[in-house]
Ligand binder design. Sequence first.
Ligand code: HEC
Length: 230
Amino acid sequence: MLYRTALAALTALAASATMALAHGDVAPQAVDTTGLPVNGEEWLTENPYRAATAGEETWALAVKIGGSGFNQNCARCHGLGAVSGGLAPDLRFLEAEEYRDEWFAERFRDGYTQNGTTKMPAFGELLGQDAAWAIRTYIETRPDDDSMAEAAPALTVLRDQIHGYATDNAGADPDALIAQLNEIAGTITTYSGAPVADSVAFQAAKLIDGTAEGYTKAAEVLTIGLSAAH
Ligand code: HEC
């Protein structure tokens, strides 16, 4: 079911990407940043939504909002989930440091034009900096493919177990499962050097609450992540 929805979303995205290329410019899609601290008019030079500065809750919200903002505005050139298909640079490798933040903000605001051709549209005016930093937070927390591949066998075992608990949770120990998932999440790194990757292990740990629904959702998230890792 989720597979089909994900597939439909991917197909729609691929179709819109083709259209975007055929038509050149596509209007930026507004990003709803409700709930994030507001940064005002003056552009900052450093991402204000990192967990170390803003706290884990704001960071997690920024990743979520940034993910949808990225996939609507950037993915058609920079790749779904920021995994570049070669059309534009792979943004996951931009270091999660201030000197890169400045560069990121500059490109985001002004876009890039070469010999009168717009290679990347400017987003600054239309989306503003709250959306920019949320997208930045999403990009820098993408997991490193290699560490994800290394974690895949252990995650597959856990996924099967969790999947089983969705129909029969006798003997399930949600706290132990969460601890195991978080332990694996801790081994999954980022290319940017950001301390925590928004990996499927990390996401699944947050979904487990002892209910059948929680197990179902966690197993689905793991399945999607594991299929991408292969
Ligand atoms: C129409 C295609 C297109 C879209 C849409 C697009 N970009 Fe780009 N972007 C590019 C290209 C092409 C480059 C490389 C430009 C160059 O040669 O420096 C680039 C470069 C960048 C860079 C500099 C990367 C580096 O390694 O130096 C950043 C940061 C960036 N884009 C962020 C974004 C973000 C964030 C979004 C969405 C809000 C976005 N881009 C949307 C095409 C696009």
